[in-house]
Write a protein that binds this ligand. Structure first.
Ligand SMILES: [Zn+2]
Ligand SMILES: [Zn+2]
Length: 223
C-alpha cells in the first residue's frame, strides 16, 4: 500500500511534500491548495485528495505565495480541470503568465548550485503560462470558503511574494519568505530584493504565529 501523501499539521490542514518543496491542502468542505508544487506534483496531489475522500473537482481555490515554478507547477492543471480560482499578487502575476521575467540577486556562487537544484533557474518558458483570476495587493482579508485569510505582502524572495495568515486558526503560510529548518525559521537564500527580503523575514517572524508553515522545510511551532 502506498504511504500516505498527506501529513496532518493542524485541524483541516495537511502538508504534502513534493520532493524539496511543501504545498498545503486545506479541507474546508471544498479544497484549497496553498501553492501547488512542481509540475511533477500532480499525481501526489491526486493521491492526497483520494486520502481525504475528495475529487479534483473539489479544488476551489489556489492560493499562490509567489511565481516560482516549484510553487505554481500544477496550478494550470487544477484551473483547467476544476476551474479553481488562482490567487496571486499582482506583481508576480505577469511572471507566472510569462509576460515578464525577473532576475534573482543575492545568491552567492556556492549557493547557485543549490538554487539550480531547487529549480529556481529553470528556463523561462518552462511550463505553460498561468493566468491569475484574483490579483492580490496585500492588506486585504480574503474569505476563503468561510476562513478569513489575511494577505501579507512579503516582498524580497520575489517582489510579489505573499504570506497568508489565517489568524483565527493561528496558521501563517509563509511561502519562501521564511524557510523552516528543523523547527527554526530561517531567511531565504535566493532573493529578487535582498533588503526587502530581510524586512519581510523580520515582519513575518514578529507575528509569532503559533504555527508557521514554510514553502521549504518543516513547520515552525511556537509555545
Ligand atoms: Zn521561491
Ligand atoms: Zn520554493
Amino acid at each position: 500500500m502506498a504511504p500516505d501523501r498527506l501529513q496532518r499539521v493542524a485541524d483541516q490542514v495537511y502538508r504534502l511534500e513534493d520532493r524539496f518543496v511543501n504545498l498545503y491542502v486545506l479541507d474546508l468542505g471544498k479544497i484549497v491548495l496553498v501553492d501547488t508544487g512542481t509540475r511533477k506534483a500532480e499525481d501526489n496531489i491526486r493521491q492526497g485528495l483520494r486520502e481525504l475522500g475528495k475529487e479534483v473537482e473539489d479544488i476551489a481555490v489556489l492560493l499562490l505565495t509567489h511565481h516560482h515554478v516549484d510553487h505554481v507547477g500544477t496550478a494550470v492543471v487544477w484551473k483547467r480541470e476544476s476551474r479553481a480560482e488562482v490567487d496571486l499578487h499582482r506583481i508576480d502575476a505577469p511572471v507566472a503568465a510569462k509576460r515578464e521575467r525577473r532576475r534573482t540577486h543575492g545568491v552567492e556562487a556556492r549557493m547557485k548550485v543549490v538554487a539550480a537544484f531547487m529549480g529556481l533557474f529553470t528556463p523561462f518558458m518552462r511550463g505553460p503560462p498561468l493566468e491569475t483570476d484574483r490579483l492580490l495587493d496585500g492588506g486585504e482579508v480574503l474569505d476563503i470558503l468561510g476562513w478569513p485569510v489575511e494577505v501579507i505582502h512579503a516582498p524580497g524572495h520575489t517582489l510579489g511574494s505573499c504570506a497568508f495568515y489565517a489568524r483565527e486558526a493561528g496558521i501563517l503560510f509563509a511561502g519562501d519568505a521564511v524557510n523552516g529548518r528543523r523547527g527554526t525559521p530561517e531567511p531565504p537564500i535566493v532573493m529578487e530584493d535582498v533588503a526587502a527580503s530581510r524586512d519581510s523575514f523580520r515582519k513575518l517572524t514578529a507575528l509569532n504565529a503559533p504555527l508557521l508553515l514554510p514553502g521549504h522545510g518543516s513547520p515552525v511551532r511556537r509555545g
